[in-house]
Design a protein around this ligand. Structure first.
Ligand SMILES: NC(=O)c1ccc[n+]([C@@H]2O[C@H](COP(=O)([O-])OP(=O)(O)OC[C@H]3O[C@@H](n4cnc5c(N)ncnc54)[C@H](OP(=O)(O)O)[C@@H]3O)[C@@H](O)[C@H]2O)c1
Length: 318
């Protein structure tokens, strides 16, 4: 079965995805064919070489420098209408991409995304649209990157009621807090994170818990199929004594909270570096999930699995 894929966004994750697809083009009877790639400089569409596109982007910063291929200035709607892929993959940092997903789903095109705000803010309308049109919307890498918490909640635990979850889902705040544990001030640790390129373009998204809040909201949607009634968010700016403190997201029915918390010495949530962790308590099970929460290859791996699910038409019941 041949499947046409449009890739929207060609940053760290998009280029790591290109590498994976180039390497594993044929999986489970599916032949993946990337027919278009879009960055802010335009869309390349047609019979281009995936690895050449990656090289051009890495060496010149713009896909539009690809030379021998035509570059189109499509609006997101035109992209869907002209290219007509089977699967739209959003690996961009565009906060308002939900409208593009709506066009795609309405056209019978499945959507795979690692982009948080569109899912956190428009989950119910997108899921409804996907169901009405008999297609899927997949978003594994929006939370804990390639560590499969979404698949766990959305598929493996479908028959279990989720009682409570506590999770560390933002590695940048872990980095800063662990540096503070080792004697640095908040400002020094923040500067180090900025220099290493660990922080989001807008550092407030990490420091003030916005990124973790989006993830908590997605976990709430996936666990309960509804919007949380109560929401609380506090970042790490006011942490003075960082010993054993992590930015913890808590999710229970009707409520999400993101706040710094002091953890016991033996807590599985006491992760370091890029590691994320989640404690999931259901009616009958208590589970701990740990794994890397970021990085191009790891995030692209979750996206790639979602592409396979979309191609094989996995149902997405919640
Ligand atoms: N990196 C990770 O570890 C990680 C983990 C989990 C989730 N994510 C999410 O995955 C997505 C991609 O992450 P990333 O690290 O690859 O980000 P990135 O390196 O900043 O790349 C973002 C890409 O999106 C493109 N883009 C943004 N707005 C656009 C628009 N309006 N039209 C067309 N292209 C647009 C950018 O184009 P230009 O190149 O032209 O600027 C760039 O290619 C983000 O939503 C991020 O939050 C990332």
């Amino acid at each position: 079965m041949k499947v046409k894929v449009s890739v929207f966004g060609f940053g760290t994750v998009g280029r790591a995805l290109a590498e994976i697809i180039a390497e594993k083009r044929k999986v489970f009877g599916v032949e993946l064919n990337v027919v278009s790639i879009t960055d802010r400089s335009g869309t390349i569409w047609g019979d281009f070489d995936l690895l050449e596109a990656k090289e051009v982007k890495e060496s010149t910063g713009k896909l539009s420098n690809i030379g021998e291929y035509e570059v189109y200035d499509f609006s997101p709607q035109e992209l869907i209408e002209e290219v007509k892929p089977d699967i739209l993959v959003d690996v961009s940092s565009w906060d308002d991409a939900h409208e593009m997903y709506s066009y795609a789903l309405a056209e019978g095109i499945s959507v795979v995304t690692s982009n948080k705000p569109p899912i956190a803010n428009h989950y119910d309308e997108l899921i409804t649209l996907a169901r009405e049109n008999g297609v899927g919307i997949f978003f594994e890498s929006t939370v804990m990157a390639g560590t499969p918490i979404i698949g766990l909640l959305r598929e493996n635990l479908l028959g279990e009621e989720i009682v409570k979850m506590e999770a560390i889902v933002n590695a940048s705040t872990t980095f800063i807090l662990t540096r503070m544990e080792n004697g640095k001030t908040f400002e020094e640790a923040m500067e180090e994170a900025r220099t290493l390129g660990i922080l989001e373009e807008d550092p407030s998204k990490d420091i003030d818990g916005i990124d973790a809040y989006y993830k908590a909201k997605i976990l709430h949607w996936v666990s309960y199929g509804e919007q949380p009634e109560e929401e609380e968010r506090e970042g790490i700016r006011n942490v003075k004594d960082a010993r054993n403190v992590r930015l913890v997201a808590e999710i229970s029915k009707g409520r999400i909270s993101v706040a710094p918390r002091k953890l016991p010495d033996n807590s599985p949530l006491l992760v370091s570096e890029v590691e994320n962790a989640a404690l999931i308590k259901t009616e009958n099970l208590t589970l701990t999930l740990k794994g890397p929460g970021g990085g191009g290859k790891v995030t692209a791996s979750g996206v790639f699995t979602d592409i396979i699910k979309a191609a094989l038409k996995f149902p997405s019941p919640r």
